[in-house]
Design a protein around this ligand. Structure first.
Ligand code: UN1
Length: 503
């Protein structure tokens, strides 16, 4: 079936009114063949303002609903996601170009975070703290923060939004979502399923989820609007650096999940067969378009040739092709600009003395308008500027090390700090990598690659990655406001710090 009509039929199954698909100027293209699959109308600023008003009113009502009841809404959402996993996964594949396995994985990640958030709705607990004053008690309470603005990227058009939205809803917040203008259809489908869950539950205020369709002007609008209590953005470091100061200027709160330039150290004792498999998924998977993609490999000189031999053979065999077909492991890049950026990075690497293998254009029959590239493996003598930059494409730079401390220093010597790995069977190396003086990233793994995190842990990174944490652990606290409460049940009025004050 032609992609546009396949998309329309998936959207119908997912509950999206298809009359809006050819209404506007915003062309949505599938990276699979570059063809237009919809033309949406962008949200005008006046409509965005009305959406923010509805979201704010929804928050005022929703914050009064007991959290476990809020969790029930998210639980129902998770059930609908399970029922529609195949269709939503396929839509993600069509809109992002990721292979079917990864499209389904993305929906599974949404289901997982829905389960997590539902459980969390009975766990939004604060501390009780011993007071220094007799007959006093201190406690922390967590209250809903307000409207959460979510700006999401094309590469995880549903899961990363769901990390934010499901937590926000159980925390008593409402959500205004600005998806990437390249993947608005997935957003419309996620919203349709959410609205279905809300209808099922009943008594859910309108405006708990508002979707704004359009470009960067809408992200800026959310960053600037004081009604957005929490601004959560995923995207490039440049995007974060443009928007974060705007949120800060109004003393708003941001959660930033920006670029990664993730490295792995391969030590002499590493299990090379396991390491090879881990590297293949982390570097070539999702066509190198995850923020957690492995981009830098730092290999001990004693095992580098053996590992490279394995990687060269694997890289030659990676099936690249239409992600809707069952065999490809690597689909297209998001657009031709991404291909141009990849070519430019490889040219720069060559100038720096790099040996480039792979990276060539691949013509996929029937998908001539798509931008397909063989993943590239680049041996490079030094960590030069191109290696320190995040190029959102499947390029793996390989460097050698002799001394372990040098390897860690090289690993940390990039502006970004998202995810990292070490491959070793030596306990002291593993522990040093995880220690205070080891990896400086928000995610540090042993004997698995840097990508493909589970939702149970807090997700995010340091330095230019932005410092935000989303998803599991106690990331929920960023979606609430903390009140420190002191209660005096004594009848006397002792002051803290022993201060005497009175007439
Ligand atoms: C992203 O690329 O923005 O850990 C998120 C991973 C996925 C999420 C990636 N669970 O690779």
């Amino acid at each position: 079936m032609e992609l546009a009509s396949l998309t329309a039929s998936l959207l119908t199954h997912l509950g999206v009114a298809t009359d809006q698909l050819d209404r506007g100027d915003l062309a949505v293209r599938s990276p699979i063949d570059g063809g237009t699959i919809a033309r949406l109308a962008a949200t005008p600023p006046a409509d965005a303002d009305a959406a923010l008003k509805r979201a704010h009113a929804a928050y005022l009502a929703w914050r009064k609903v007991p959290p476990p009841r809020r969790g029930e809404l998210v639980r129902r959402y998770g059930i609908l996601l399970r029922q529609h996993k195949a269709e939503l996964g396929e839509l993600v594949t069509i809109e992002t170009g990721k292979i079917r396995q990864e499209g389904l994985g993305e929906v599974q990640e949404m289901i997982d975070i829905s389960d997590f958030a539902c459980g969390l709705s009975r766990q939004l607990h604060g501390l009780t703290i011993a007071s220094e004053r007799p007959g006093h008690r201190m406690m922390e309470q967590w209250h809903p923060a307000g409207v959460v603005g979510v700006v999401s990227a094309f590469n995880f058009p549903a899961a990363v939004w769901a990390w934010n939205a499901t937590l926000a809803w159980v925390c008593g917040d409402s959500v205004v979502w600005k998806p990437s203008e390249r993947t608005p259809l997935t957003a419309l489908a996620c919203a349709a399923l959410f609205n279905a869950a809300a209808r099922e539950l009943g008594e859910v205020p309108k405006g708990l989820l508002e979707v704004l369709v359009g470009g960067r002007e809408l992200g800026t609008l959310l960053a600037d609007d004081p009604r957005i209590a929490v601004f959560s953005a995923t995207g490039s470091c440049a995007m974060g650096k443009a928007l974060a100061p705007r949120v800060a200027a109004r003393l708003g709160r941001s959660i930033l999940e920006l670029g990664g330039n993730n490295g792995a150290i391969v030590c002499p004792s590493a299990d090379l067969a396991l390491t090879e498999r881990a590297i293949l998924f982390a570097a070539a998977g999702t066509a190198g378009q995850r923020c957690t993609t492995l981009r830098r490999l730092i290999v001990h000189e004693s095992v580098c040739d053996a590992l490279l031999e394995r990687l060269h053979s694997a890289w030659r065999r990676i099936p690249v092709g239409n992600p809707l077909d069952p065999t490809p492991l690597v689909g297209p890049l998001i657009d031709s600009a991404a291909g141009t950026a990849m070519d430019a990075a490889l040219a720069e690497a060559r100038e720096e003395g790099g040996t480039v293998r792979g990276g060539e254009k691949i013509s996929v029959p029937g998908c001539e308008g798509g931008c397909y590239r063989r993943p590239a493996l680049v041996e490079i003598p030094a960590q030069c500027a191109v290696v320190k930059r995040e190029t959102f494409a499947p390029i793996l730079y390989v460097m050698r090390y002799r001394d372990f401390d040098d390897a860690i220093a090289l690993h940390n010597d990039v502006p970004q700090g998202l995810a990292s790995s070490i491959f070793t069977r030596d306990l002291t190396e593993a522990e040093r990598f995880l220690s205070t003086t080891g990896s400086d990233c928000g995610i540090a793994n042993v004997n698995i690659g840097p990508s493909g995190a589970e939702i149970g842990g807090a997700f995010g990174g340091e330095k230019d990655t932005g410092g935000g944490r989303e998803s599991g652990s106690d990331a929920w606290k960023a979606y609430m406001r903390r009140a420190t409460c002191t209660i005096n049940y004594s009848g006397a009025l002792p002051l803290a710090q022993g201060i005497r004050f009175g007439l």
